[in-house]
Design a protein around this ligand. Structure first.
Ligand code: FAD
Ligand code: NAI
Length: 493
């Protein structure tokens, strides 16, 4: 009995300590400290974007030596790996975003944040022009500012290959608004299918959810949709639930070309079990308002009717990136994105650094790469700041008639060290994807090789890996609460 009493006391103390620590951390985080004012003697560092690259850069940046300005059309960071879960109500949109001002308010020096879209970068004049593109505009909505340094992290936009009808009829899955649109459209399709007197043919069309692109985005979305059908739709819409069909269309011979063969087979067989039709070697050629036109491996053309169409065929450069490349045609020769050197400095543009999906490097366009580049770039700026500080110290020392030569020598040595940069090195932590029915796939670089795993254990790993990489305690709490909520009450899209 005494043992049980002691165990009870220890557990109580642990729970109280954990709750106290949790409250302390959350309270400390929601009361940002006083910040230093902008210093006109320091260089201006403009950051474009608030995605993976820009946010990991800002998070690690020492703002002491710079006046930082952040420009992005969205005023928050979006945790994209969990975006497919928002489309069916597994997660709430607010759970996977973190306001940019929350990040900048915790920096040492004040950071200016503008919710606006950069329209033009002039690498010769070193200026950025940006515009308020929100629905609510004031008298001032467009301005040009100079920069000393520019960190360019605007990501990419959706690739459509110029296929007719995609922009008009398909939904994308890149931004929070896209997930919301998909969420609304799924329910519209189902409710319309359940409408009194709906014809059989129309029910089949409305209940057909087509996903184009068998990359990780398309596969994860199809998996989430399947969960929604099995866990919730059958309960709430028994009259039409059995009519729901999911089709994934992929131009290549298999889905997930970047994953190992074993995991591709595992995904395809899981999809088969889950009655998700995978049409490989099938290319979408045209998109009509109620059907996609596809060409299969035998070059046969046919139409596939759909209720909801999700388009996930990868990335292409943004207009502003193409314009910037066109200004430097001699050196910026890759259509895929900006060319940078080993230190992420953009070729041909003084003071411009680029990272993430908007660059053309040997790395895949992933969050992992963008966030590691952001951390690396913050270390480059730390060195630039150190260098500026030491140069000032050296100038002061040299101006003193009675300066100690050994002190000057030591400062020169420190300056040389600060000026020395090491190139960016990417460390691949593995690839993960959720494929539905509480299963995930994981390709992990372990034991000097690659370990491929798929199933329930990989799903637990996927969940814990993403919860631990979420931006804040707030995000982690909300995501865990959403998962618990879905287990208890189900999804209600
Ligand atoms: P983004 O994160 O896209 O950020 C670009 C930023 O620039 C945004 O804030 C945008 O608003 C802003 N911007 C756009 N235009 C302008 C402009 N003109 N001026 C100023 N700012 C501008 N990768 C993984 O490694 N693992 C995953 O599990 C994973 N899952 C994903 C799931 C989905 C659904 C998607 C769409 C992507 C996923 N990715 C994943 C890929 C990952 O999200 C990208 O590689 C990553 O976001 C790239 O970071 P970035 O900073 O370059 O661009
Ligand atoms: P993707 O480029 O990886 O895949 C797009 C797929 O669409 C390709 O397989 C392509 O063959 C196919 N396609 C193109 N045109 C087509 C057409 N007309 N008809 C049929 N199929 C067509 O794009 P995705 O999935 O959006 O991913 C973009 C990037 O984000 C990738 O680098 C990916 O690794 C990363 N990402 C990673 C995730 C993860 O690790 N879990 C999740 C989501 C994205």
């Amino acid at each position: 009995r005494r043992y049980m009493q002691n165990l009870g006391r220890v557990t109580l103390v642990l729970i109280l300590t954990a709750t106290g620590a949790f409250l302390y951390v959350t309270q400390a985080q929601s009361h940002p400290p006083e910040q230093l004012d902008a210093d006109p003697t320091k260089p201006t560092l403009v950051v474009l974007g608030s995605g993976w690259g820009a946010t990991s850069f800002l998070k690690s940046l020492d703002t002491d030596e710079f006046n930082v300005v952040v420009i992005s059309p969205r005023n928050y960071f979006l945790f994209t790996p969990l975006l497919p879960s928002v489309t069916v109500g597994t997660l709430e949109p607010r759970s996977i975003i973190q306001p940019t001002r929350y990040i900048t308010r915790h920096k040492k020096r004040k950071v200016s944040v503008y919710e606006a879209e950069a329209q033009e970068v002039d690498p010769a004049k070193k200026t950025v022009t940006f515009q308020d593109i929100s629905d609510v505009k004031g008298a001032a909505d467009s301005v040009t500012i100079p920069y000393d340094y520019l960190v360019y992290a605007v990501g990419c936009e959706n690739q459509t290959f110029g296929i007719k009808g995609v922009n008009e009829h398909a939904c994308f899955l890149k931004e929070l608004g896209d997930a919301d649109k998909v969420r609304t459209k799924i329910m519209d399709c189902i409710e319309t299918a359940a409408f009194k007197g709906q014809s059989e043919e129309e029910i089949d069309r409305l209940m057909h959810m087509v996903v184009v692109g068998g990359g990780p985005t398309g596969v994860e979305y199809a998996g989430e949709l399947h969960d929604f059908l099995i866990d919730d739709l059958k309960k709430w819409y028994p009259e039409v639930a059995d009519r729901l069909r999911i089709t994934l269309i992929e131009a290549l011979p298999n889905v997930l070309p970047a994953f190992s063969k074993q995991l591709i087979q595992y995904t395809e067989s899981t999809f088969k079990e889950n009655r998700i039709d995978v049409l490989t070697r099938t290319m979408v050629k045209d998109v009509k308002d109620k059907a996609v036109v596809v060409q299969d491996a035998n070059k046969e053309i046919r139409e596939i009717p759909y209720g909801l169409l999700v388009w996930a065929t990868g990335n292409t450069s943004r207009r502003i990136t193409r314009d910037l490349m066109n200004k430097l045609p001699q050196v910026q020769t890759q259509r895929r994105g900006l060319l940078v050197d080993d230190y992420l400095s953009m070729l041909g543009a003084d003071g411009v650094y680029a990272l993430g999906d908007c660059t053309a490097t040997s790395y895949a366009p992933t969050a992992q790469v963008a966030s590691q580049e952001g951390i690396y770039l913050a270390s480059v700026f730390h060195k630039l700041g150190q260098k500026a500080k030491l140069e000032r110290q050296l100038a002061d020392l040299r101006a003193q008639p009675a300066a100690d030569p050994s002190e000057i020598e030591a400062t020169v040595k420190k300056l040389n060290r600060a000026a020395k940069l090491t190139p960016f090195h990417y460390s691949h932590q593995g690839s993960l994807a959720y494929i539905g029915s509480e299963k995930a796939i994981a390709d992990l670089p372990l034991f000097n090789g690659n370990v491929a795993s798929g199933g329930g254990a990989a799903m637990l790993f996927w969940r814990s890996a993403y919860v631990s990489t979420l931006y804040s305690v707030r995000n982690r709490t909300l995501v865990l609460a959403d998962w618990a909520k879905v287990k208890i009450f189900g999804r209600w899209v």
